[in-house]
Design a protein around this ligand. Structure first.
Ligand code: PMP
Ligand code: GLN
Length: 378
């Protein structure tokens, strides 16, 4: 029996978190907060568990949650998706991404990816018999070169995957980018998968621009988000996909035989808590303060922070410290210095190394200060 993904190893997030734990390093590698979710949200989960909401949820998601997602989407993006035909609750954004790709990509299809990109897209495309077509984001600020994208679009292109705010770089896509994408795909069968899990983490007064805000794009898009990011609950694995009815129908064909449904008490608790709009409206300020602190702390080190507009990640160039390959440097930093980070080569298909590490700043001030003290010793 030959492997279907012979060159795919263990995800870098698993590798670096395990190394951090083994060496008791401060873990700024895998993206997750080191602080708890809001207490009222936790209380709602236990309330629903005690009330007996512990059996299967409907396949598409609890109606209350889909309703709340629809209302919130209208408030944020001026478009109200139909909860019955356009919204599907999934087990994290990871499952939504998998279902969207699996539902539409056939053997021989091509899917355009903008590199560096999140590590789950390409393996799923390949499991479907499709080919990832890589277009590099343009250095130094990781902007999309739409001329390059246009050159790589062919009669075999099935989908373009975008991610804004962008993991790992923190870049955000502007309305003009979405206009370009809409004009590149209009009149074709090309679909768009827009990974917007960091939608509430955009800084410096900028606004997230969702594919849902763009009338032409949303006609052909799956838009994916995750409550793990918004509510500091990455371990709950509750996410969702919004797509037009014809695409949602296809996505659900896959979703129903992947997980069928997602944990009921978490869905009910989140449905209630979405009404506390203050939580997500304050998230940009909450994370911007952490980004600003971390960037300030990095000034006392030989790392060079790359300007970042969103997400809870900060890229830092380390060529002033060493010319080592980023994976080797990240491992040494974990085992020797006591701070774990993600080598950005993991987000490139050929593991190209541009001498960047990715640090997660979704951490308490104390964690960030202690980490920076260690980094300053290099
Ligand atoms: N997409 C991106 C860009 C992410 O950073 C993450 C979280 N690491 C996911 C998808 C997956 O989200 P979830 O944890 O909800 O599956
Ligand atoms: N999305 C998280 C990150 O980029 C990790 C998720 C995972 O571990 N699969 O760090």
């Amino acid at each position: 029996p030959t492997s279907k993904l012979p060159d795919v190893g263990t995800s870098i997030f698993t590798v670096m978190s395990a190394l951090a734990n083994e060496h008791k390093a401060i873990n700024l590698s895998q993206g997750f907060p080191d602080f708890n979710c809001p207490k009222p949200l936790m209380d709602l989960v236990t309330k629903y568990m005690r009330e007996g909401f512990n059996q299967y949820a409907p396949m598409a998601g609890m109606p209350q949650l889909r309703h709340q997602i629809g209302q919130k989407t209208e408030r944020m993006y001026g478009y109200q998706p139909d909860p019955d035909t356009e919204i599907t609750v999934t087990s994290g954004a990871t499952e939504a991404l998998n279902a969207a790709i699996t539902a539409v990509v056939k053997p021989g299809d091509e899917v355009v990816l903008l590199e560096p990109c999140y590590d789950s897209y390409a393996p799923v495309i390949r499991l479907c018999g499709g080919s990832p077509i890589y277009v590099p984001l343009a250095l130094p600020n990781f902007s999309v070169d739409w001329d390059q994208v246009k050159k790589r679009i062919s009669s075999r292109t099935r989908m373009v995957i975008i991610n804004t705010p962008h993991n790992p770089t923190g870049a955000v896509i502007a309305k003009q980018d979405m206009d370009m994408l809409a004009s590149l795909t209009s009149g074709s069968d090309i679909l768009v998968l827009s990974d917007e899990v960091y939608e509430h983490m955009v800084f410096d007064g900028q606004q997230h621009y969702s594919a849902l805000q763009h009338p032409q794009l949303r006609e052909r898009s799956f838009v994916v988000s995750s409550f793990g990011k918004t509510y500091h609950t990455t371990g709950w694995k509750v996410g969702y996909a919004i797509a037009p009815p014809r695409l949602t129908a296809e996505l659900r064909r896959v979703h129903q035989f992947t997980t069928f449904c997602t944990a009921t008490p978490f869905q009910l608790a989140i449905a209630d808590f979405i009404e506390e709009a203050q939580h997500y409206l304050q998230l940009p300020d909450f994370y911007q303060a952490k980004r600003d602190l971390f960037v300030e702390l990095l000034r006392q080190t030989r790392f060079e922070a790359v300007p970042s507009a969103g997400t809870y990640f900060q890229l830092a160039k380390y060529s002033g410290i060493t010319d080592a390959y980023d994976l080797e440097f990240a491992k040494r930093l974990t085992t020797g210095t006591g701070v774990a980070a993600i080598p950005v080569s993991a987000f490139y298909h050929d593991k190209t190394d541009h001498k960047y590490l990715r640090f997660c700043f979704a951490k308490s001030e104390e964690t960030l200060r202690t980490a920076a003290e260690k980094l300053a010793k290099l």
